[in-house]
Design a protein around this ligand. Structure first.
Ligand code: AMP
Length: 401
């Protein structure tokens, strides 16, 4: 069975075609600047075999429907093709950012599902493109099962005491304002991987999962189910991120509006796009932050310390929430690669049962690995995330019934 995984953004389309017999990526691609004067399509075919080979084409791409046609042409083409025709795609899995309270599991797309996703758009207006991608795929692949997997669904198991905000309840009743959480597909994937590594079934593991990439979030997982997470109504909340502030005093909003003479929208943009590592150091990529602090840049040093401090504080908070943990899991760009951040985030947590092995932490290796000492009461694991594979597995499970 071949499954096509689609992640449709406002002006981009990412795709992966996966052979479910062995979870092999047959091709992966990125279409960018859809709707602009000049767009582009980049595809890697058989990336396991030829990691460095890619096809890049520049051409105007009017809309997502056209982008998908281009994707199919590339997937079936003579030079870069990996399948003969559309019939070789058995199902399509879509990443959808916001499922609201309507979806706590992946679903097969039908007209009702499309309407429910549309109803949820006010909760995540920047991600309306997810639906555009689904509609384009329904048109292009009539008769092929389409499945949606939601970033929010893993977090739907949070109890009200964790997901409600202490504000007047009519805001929840009328506007559905509550904590939803995001990166759920990643947290779910690493939860399953951690359980397998620890030799436990998923419903037996208690974990603190830290997805630290451009966007950052953590989750407290009890018996394999999410009981709390750091992102909120939107992905702005919680940890410090590349360009997002994470949690700040909400009173900062009117204060800035008043004293900087900015609109609410401008403050929102500032907190989403000009804050986090970028706001403190002028650099949004953690690798650049390290390079700068190694040269003595004090703002870069501060950005790094703030970032790691927030992760540490959250580990402590979620240990209290869970009462115990089998493991702390690090994943995504920073979580998987950055030994400095992991070490700083866990420094001094020995009293809480978290004992890092500096040597293991600094040794790079593929796959799941333990970076805690053998006698650490709480394991520390680095687990490469794979959201596309999780979406493909969820799609296959639904299609197989
Ligand atoms: P992601 O959103 O998961 O792709 O993560 C992107 C972020 O991971 C980048 O902004 C970098 O800050 C960080 N990153 C990626 N590779 C490394 C690395 N080798 N060392 C430190 N940080 C890294």
């Amino acid at each position: 069975m071949n499954i096509l995984v689609i992640n449709s953004g406002s002006s981009s389309l990412k795709y992966q075609l996966i052979d479910m017999a062995d979870d092999r990526v047959m091709a992966s691609g990125l279409i960018e600047r859809i709707g602009e004067e000049m767009g582009s399509i980049t595809q890697k075919s058989n990336p396991d075999k030829w990691p460095d080979a890619k096809s890049v084409e520049h051409l105007p791409i009017a809309n997502h429907r056209e982008a998908m046609g281009l994707m199919v042409a590339k997937l079936t083409g003579e030079e870069w093709g990996v399948i003969d025709s559309l019939c070789d795609i058995d199902a399509v899995g879509h990443r959808v950012v916001q499922g609201g309270e309507s979806f706590s599991a992946p679903v097969l797309v039908d007209a009702d599902v499309v309407e429910t996703i549309r109803d949820n758009i006010p909760l995540a207006p920047l991600h309306a493109a997810n639906l555009v991608g689904i509609e384009a795929a329904l048109e292009l692949f009539p008769g092929t099962p389409n499945v949606t997997v939601f970033d929010t669904e893993f977090h739907q198991t949070m109890p009200p005491k964790a997901f409600m905000y202490p504000v007047p309840t009519d805001l929840y009743e009328d506007l559905k304002i509550r904590k939803y959480g995001f990166h759920g597909t990643s947290h779910k994937y690493v939860t399953k991987e951690a359980a397998a590594f620890l030799g436990k079934s998923v419903d037996e593991v208690d974990l603190i999962t830290a997805h630290l990439g451009n966007g950052c979030s953590m989750a407290a997982v009890k018996n394999g189910r999410c009981v709390d997470t750091t992102m909120g109504l939107t992905p702005l909340a919680g940890l410090m991120m590349g360009t997002r502030s994470g949690d700040v005093d909400p009173a900062l909003f009117p204060f800035i509006v008043k004293h900087r003479n900015m609109s609410v929208l401008e403050v929102d943009t500032m907190l989403n796009k000009q804050s986090g590592l970028l706001g403190i150091s002028g650099l949004n990529d953690m690798r650049d932050v390290h390079a700068a602090r190694e040269k003595g840049n004090e703002k870069a040093q501060l950005a790094f310390e703030m970032f790691a401090y927030r992760v540490k504080a959250q580990i402590g908070s979620y240990l209290a929430v869970l009462g115990r943990a089998d493991a702390v899991v690090f994943t995504a760009g920073i979580g998987e690669n950055d030994a400095f951040v992991r070490a700083a985030a866990c420094e001094g947590l020995e009293g809480l049962g978290i004992r890092l092995s500096p040597e293991r932490n600094e040794t790079r290796a593929p796959g799941v690995r333990r970076i805690s000492t053998d006698d650490s009461p709480v394991d520390m694991l680095v687990i490469p995330t794979n959201e596309e594979l999780e979406i493909a597995h969820a799609t296959k499970a639904l299609v197989d019934g």
